[in-house]
Design a protein around this ligand. Structure first.
Ligand code: KIV
Ligand code: ZN
Length: 524
């Protein structure tokens, strides 16, 4: 392997250095409803690059034009990280991937093929020997395009060890530089996963020349435990995602893996290049752009991760934080909020407050968010942090929407029929429609349906208050399904009916984006 090909030159099984490979933009984006715009992906990639991620897996270039564009744009922009694209063991995939990552400082092609009997028999209809031949051929092709080739044995944890070793050997012989042994279906137990790495490293010739990698799914809630066990077994690359976003139950959360190694360095003597103070910001950004809120008790980045409610705990923390805190909130980028926002707060205070909350907006987005904050502050006495988070998330997520809510007037009350007069801008062109319905929300949704005809089914309509009080903002979630695929989106506003219209429109925007991507044709 050439020096430029290695993300960190000393990341071999006997070193302490662990490569962090982030797949939020690839495996994470495969999470139901998490489809992201190009601009969102660029923002996520930028923060990953800044925080010290070694490799950003930016997408699956053959999947769609949009994926290709995103991988190519991230490859061109990443200043520190290497950039990988995913490719099936198919000639056209690998060629397209090589083209997409070409401009990266450290381009990587990540190619994979299934190795387990169940996949070979039922999905691929191939024999073991045929798969060995495919590995040799496709890894060679990838290696002729770039110096840095990762090969993954999909469903490695359900592959008999003898055959797995033969596959790994074939990949190394063909020039793979990183060997990833994923727990694709989240089936492994930590001691089994560790043993698998030890056995493969012991038995395969050339194993000492490559970096082994873990990639764990959380179906049994063991993704982090398994990732750490794999590292104990000699792996020196961890594949993970921000907030654990990913297929089904998700992938190992980057923030948990990194903080476990950092906090328990006494028993996990490994280092990553991650600046952990970015974790909170990255979590908020990914939650917003993927419309995938973080559960409040989520480790490291959940809203309650550093909250002490019990009197005994509060007393202890006031005397000495270490009584009940194993890491400081500041170490993961959670700073104490000091500014209370209201209608007299100026642009400067607003910007400072957003920074405290982990947001750094570009000038135009900041100006828009500030205008919306002023509008909100006129309608609400105190603007809480939660209000600002809802407002800015709304700003980030909907900045590139094709359909926008322009105006809404609703006639509601005991004397029906309830009706709504609604104006939408679709690709900049405004149209108005009046509709009646079985209640004001139904009337609004009927008006939207008339302006944007579609065949999707409304699966969920949910309202919750962002903060306490009758002037609290309402946050509405709407889930639509079409052809077996679902999208979920949110809208926030002090007026519940406006929030409902925003959420419905946001879901339609997501649906439009999903159709345009045609992403679902390719599963991995
Ligand atoms: O889970 C998995 O096996 C994958 C591969 C494509 C690496 O995501
Ligand atoms: Zn995966």
């Amino acid at each position: 392997m050439t020096e430029s090909a290695a993300p960190r030159d000393d990341a071999r099984s006997n070193s302490e250095s662990v490569v962090i490979f982030d797949t939020t933009l690839r495996d994470g984006e495969q999470s139901p409803g998490a489809t992201m715009h190009l601009e969102d992906k660029l923002q996520v990639a930028e923060i990953l690059d800044q925080m010290g991620v070694d490799i950003i897996e930016a997408g699956f270039p053959i999947a769609s034009e949009g994926d290709f564009e995103a991988v190519a744009a991230i490859a061109e922009r990443a200043r520190n990280a290497g950039v990988a694209g995913l490719a099936r063991a198919i000639e056209a995939d690998i060629a397209r991937c090589g083209e997409a990552v070409r401009k990266a400082r450290r381009p990587r092609i990540h190619t994979f093929v299934s190795t387990s009997p169940i996949h070979l028999r039922h999905q691929m209809n191939k024999s073991e020997d045929q798969v060995l031949e495919i590995i040799a051929r496709t890894v060679t092709q990838a290696r002729n395009l770039v110096d840095d080739v990762e090969w993954s044995a999909m469903d490695a944890t359900r592959t008999p060890i003898d055959y797995l070793c033969r596959c790994v050997e074939a990949a190394i012989r063909a020039g793979a530089t990183t060997i990833n042994l994923p727990d694709t279906v989240g089936y492994a137990l930590p001691h089994e996963y560790e043993a698998m790495f030890r056995q493969v490293r012991e038995r395969v010739s050339g194993a000492d020349k490559v970096v082994f990698s873990v990639h764990c799914h959380d179906d049994l809630g063991l993704a982090v435990a398994n990732s750490l066990a794999g590292v104990a077994g000699g792996a020196r690359q961890v594949e993970c995602t921000i907030n654990g976003l990913g297929e089904r139950a998700g992938n190992a959360p980057l923030e948990e893996v990194v903080m476990a190694m950092r906090t328990r360095g006494d028993s996990l003597p490994f280092r990553t290049g991650i600046d952990a103070t970015y974790l909170n910001r990255a979590s908020k950004l990914v939650a917003a752009v993927a419309s995938s809120p973080v559960q409040s008790n989520k480790a490291i980045v959940g809203r309650n991760a550093f909250a002490h409610e019990s009197g005994i705990h509060q007393d202890g923390v006031l005397k000495n934080a270490q009584t009940y805190e194993i890491m400081t909130p500041a170490s993961v980028g959670v700073t104490k909020t000091s500014l209370v926002m209201g209608k007299h707060s100026g642009r400067h205070a607003f910007k400072d407050k957003l920074r405290e909350l982990g947001y750094e907006l570009a000038d135009n987005a900041l100006a828009d968010a500030f205008a919306r904050f002023k509008n909100l502050a006129d309608r609400k006495k105190v603007v809480y942090d939660e209000d600002l988070i809802a407002l800015v998330d709304d700003e980030i997520v909907h900045a590139h929407d094709r359909i926008k809510l322009v105006d809404l007037t609703v006639f509601a009350g005991t004397r029906g029929p309830q009706s709504a007069v609604l104006t939408l801008a679709i690709d900049g062109e405004e149209n108005t429609h009046q509709a009646t319905g079985n209640g004001p929300v139904d009337a609004i949704f009927n008006a939207i349906q008339a302006l944007v005809p579609h065949g999707a089914t409304l699966e969920l309509y949910q309202v919750h208050a962002v903060t306490k009080g009758t002037d609290a903002q309402a946050e509405v979630s709407v889930r639509l399904s079409e052809d077996g695929k679902t999208v979920t989106a949110k809208g926030a506003d002090p007026d519940t009916l406006v929030a409902s219209a925003k959420a419905y429109v946001a879901s339609l925007n997501k649906l439009t984006m999903r159709r345009a991507k045609g992403h679902d044709a390719l599963a991995s």
